[in-house]
Design a protein around this ligand. Structure first.
Ligand code: NAP
Length: 246
């Protein structure tokens, strides 16, 4: 129980990668605040953690809504006094070629994936800085490292998260807050469940390990980054993609 007495907040904890991260952090002893857009999804993750002997609570909020995040962060700090671990995982895709991409698709993706990280860090980092301990983990993507046709909005938001990670790592280093990113490749979740067989085969050809990853593959890396053992690692991007980007 290496994270006993730690409070962790995981966005997008209702499904997929975020759910696996929330479950793992709870197994490591942290109290996990599960956040997602819809009430039923974050509640169901929190219920399942509480039923299996961990402790969790839940809040439904749209992470792209700055004032709503500010209000929720204030109320969470009022209740818990601090958040030690922040995992910015909530994310969406609105794929399309740039010439046909609506301004709405561009801004929805940027606000949900990137601006949300700014809102959470801005409102939660003070107590971390005061106590001289904190972990911030941003879930980016290999698209942010390589670019991807049809994903200009998504890849830009994910590349932005990497710039944010490295800048915050430098800003917060003197306060012993580490800031790192994890870049998943193709992971089996609702986000990738819509791929047709042809696309899936094409993707597999480019993955040396010849399989898609599981949410737990990402959650294990996040566990390590959030542990005491990773206290000397900051400003890094951990690619977890079956060897796709080398
Ligand atoms: P997912 O299965 O689609 O789940 C996304 C989660 O984010 C859901 O819990 C959803 O809430 C939440 N969310 C989305 N928009 C939100 C908003 N505006 N406010 C609050 N919560 C919001 O996604 P995933 O595949 O687990 O992906 C998780 C993260 O990993 C994302 O940032 C994604 O970009 C990144 N990633 C995924 C892959 C992959 O292959 N799956 C690869 C690279 C990177 P609800 O449950 O309420 O809808």
């Amino acid at each position: 129980m290496t994270l006993k007495n730690r409070i962790a907040l995981v966005t997008g904890a209702g499904r997929g990668i975020g759910m696996a991260i929330a479950e793992n952090l709870a197994k490591a002893g942290a109290h996990v605040i599960c956040v997602s857009r819809s009430e039923n999804s974050c509640k169901s993750t929190a219920d399942s953690i509480n039923e299996s002997g961990g402790t969790a609570s839940w809040h439904a909020v749209d992470v792209s809504d700055g004032p709503a995040v500010a209000d929720l962060a204030k109320s969470i700090l009022g209740e818990h006094g601090k958040v030690d671990i922040l995992v910015n995982n909530a994310g969406i895709t609105r794929d399309g070629l740039i010439l046909r991409m609506s301004s709405e698709s561009w801004h929805d993706v940027m606000n949900t994936n990137l601006s949300s990280c700014y809102y959470w860090v801005k409102h939660l980092a003070h107590p971390m800085a005061r106590q001289r301990w904190g972990r911030i983990v941003n879930i980016t993507s290999v698209s942010g490292l390589m670019g991807n046709a049809g994903q200009a909005n998504y890849a830009s938001s994910k590349a932005g998260m990497i710039g944010l990670t490295k800048s915050l790592a430098k800003e917060f280093a003197s306060r012993q807050i580490t800031v790192n990113a994890v870049a998943p490749g193709f992971i089996e979740t609702d986000m990738t469940s819509g791929l047709d067989e042809k696309t899936r085969d094409l993707i597999l050809k480019n993955i040396p390990l010849r399989k898609l990853g599981q949410p737990s593959d990402i959650a294990h890396v996040v566990d390590f980054i959030c542990s005491e053992k990773a206290g000397y690692i900051t400003g890094q991007v951990f690619t977890v993609d079956g060897g796709m980007v080398m």
